[in-house]
Design a protein around this ligand. Structure first.
Ligand code: BG6
Length: 307
C-alpha cells in the first residue's frame, strides 16, 4: 500500500485518539485500536486480530516471535480466521488448510466510536476469480470487532450466490498463558470429541482439560462457554460464543513445535488455542441470501480461584 493509500484509509476510517492505520509487522497494514478500556491490533492481511489487551492486563492473545508476516502466508498466533473450511479441505488436501481467507487481504468497511469510548471496526472480503478457483461459491464475509475491556468478534458469512453452500470455520484464538502446567480449561466436561492425535477416535472429556502432551481435539456439539484458569498469571480468560457448535483445543507440544518454521521451539509452553468453531459434523449450510454469525467474546475475569 502506498503512503497515499494509507493516508486515504486514515482519512476515511481513522478515529482520532482511538484508531489509526499503520505499516505493521512485515509492512502489513494494521489497525491500531486504543481506548480507555483496552487495545487491539488488527491486520488487513487475513482479517487477523494480532493482539488484544484490556487496560492494566497482560496480553490476552499469544503471537509467535517466529511468525511470518508475509503476503500469502498465515500469521502464527492472535486470531486467524479459518473459512470456508476448518483444517484440511474435506476432499482435496492440496487446497490450503483452514481455508483461504486467512492469507488474503481484507478491506475496511466501517469504523465507529461507540458509546462509552468503545471502538468498532468492520473488515470484509468477498469472492473473487481466485477464491472461485478454490471454492465455487459467491460469498461475503465480514469481521466485526468491538474493542473495550472485552473483545467481541463476529464473523458474518453471507451466501451471495444462487445455490446453497456448506461452510465450516473458526476464530482460531491463540491465548497467552504463563505455562501449560499452570492451566486448566473448564467448560468442556462431559463433551464428546474427536482426538486428532489418536486417529480421530471419539472420546468423552473427563473433567477439565489439562495440557500434558500434544493436544488436538475437536469438541463437537458444544455451545458452552470456556474458561482458561491460569494460576501462574492469577487470571481467568473467559471465552463465550454464539453460532458455534464446535470448540477446538490445540497445543502442538515439543516435537511439532520444533518442526514448524513459524513457531519457536519452546513457545508451546506459553500458549493454548481454544477455538470458536464449526467443524466436522457441525458445519453450516447457507441458502442463497442466508447469513450466519459466528461470535466469540473474550474477557479477563477476576482470579478468585483454585486450580
Ligand atoms: C488447529 C488444528 O486448529 O490448527 C491443528 O486442529 C493444526 O490440527 C493447527 O495443526 C494449526 O494449523 P496451521 O494450519 O495453522 O498450522
Amino acid at each position: 500500500m502506498t503512503a497515499n493509500e494509507l493516508e486515504k484509509l486514515n482519512d476515511e476510517y481513522g478515529i482520532r485518539e482511538q484508531l489509526v492505520f499503520t505499516d505493521g509487522p512485515g509492512g502489513l497494514i494494521t489497525a491500531e485500536i486504543s481506548n480507555p478500556h483496552g487495545e487491539a491490533t488488527i491486520a488487513l492481511h487475513g482479517g487477523h486480530i494480532l493482539s488484544f489487551r484490556p487496560s492494566g492486563q497482560e496480553p490476552v492473545l499469544w503471537l509467535s516471535r517466529n511468525s511470518h508476516f508475509t503476503p500469502g502466508k498465515a500469521i502464527r498466533g492472535g486470531i486467524p480466521v479459518c473459512w470456508p473450511w476448518f483444517g484440511d479441505h474435506p476432499t482435496d488436501t492440496d487446497k490450503p488448510a483452514h481455508g483461504f481467507v486467512r492469507t488474503a487481504v481484507w478491506s475496511v468497511s466501517e469504523s465507529e466510536k461507540l458509546a462509552d469510548e468503545r471502538t468498532r471496526l468492520k473488515l470484509s472480503i468477498a469472492d473473487s476469480d481466485e477464491t472461485l478457483k478454490l471454492w465455487p461459491h459467491r460469498f461475503r464475509l465480514e469481521l466485526d470487532c468491538t474493542v473495550s475491556d472485552v473483545l467481541t468478534t463476529k464473523l458474518i458469512a453471507t451466501n451471495t450466490g444462487s445455490k446453497p453452500f456448506t461452510c465450516g470455520g473458526a476464530l482460531h484464538s491463540y491465548f497467552n498463558i504463563s505455562a501449560v502446567p499452570n492451566i486448566l480449561i473448564k467448560g468442556l466436561e462431559g463433551c464428546a470429541y474427536k482426538d486428532k492425535v489418536d486417529q480421530y477416535r471419539r472420546k468423552v472429556q473427563d473433567g477439565p482439560v489439562s495440557i500434558k502432551r500434544e493436544t488436538d481435539r475437536i469438541y463437537l456439539d458444544t455451545e458452552a462457554d470456556c474458561i482458561i484458569e491460569d494460576r501462574g498469571m492469577q487470571r481467568k480468560i473467559g471465552i463465550s460464543k454464539n453460532g458455534s457448535r464446535t470448540t477446538v483445543v490445540w497445543n502442538p507440544w515439543i516435537d511439532k513445535a520444533q518442526k514448524m518454521a513459524d513457531f519457536g521451539d519452546d513457545e508451546y509452553n506459553g500458549m493454548v488455542c481454544v477455538e470458536t468453531a464449526n467443524a466436522d459434523t457441525d458445519v453450516i449450510t447457507l441458502a442463497p441470501g442466508g447469513t450466519h454469525i459466528l461470535e466469540s467474546v473474550i474477557r479477563v475475569e477476576p482470579w478468585a480461584g483454585n486450580v
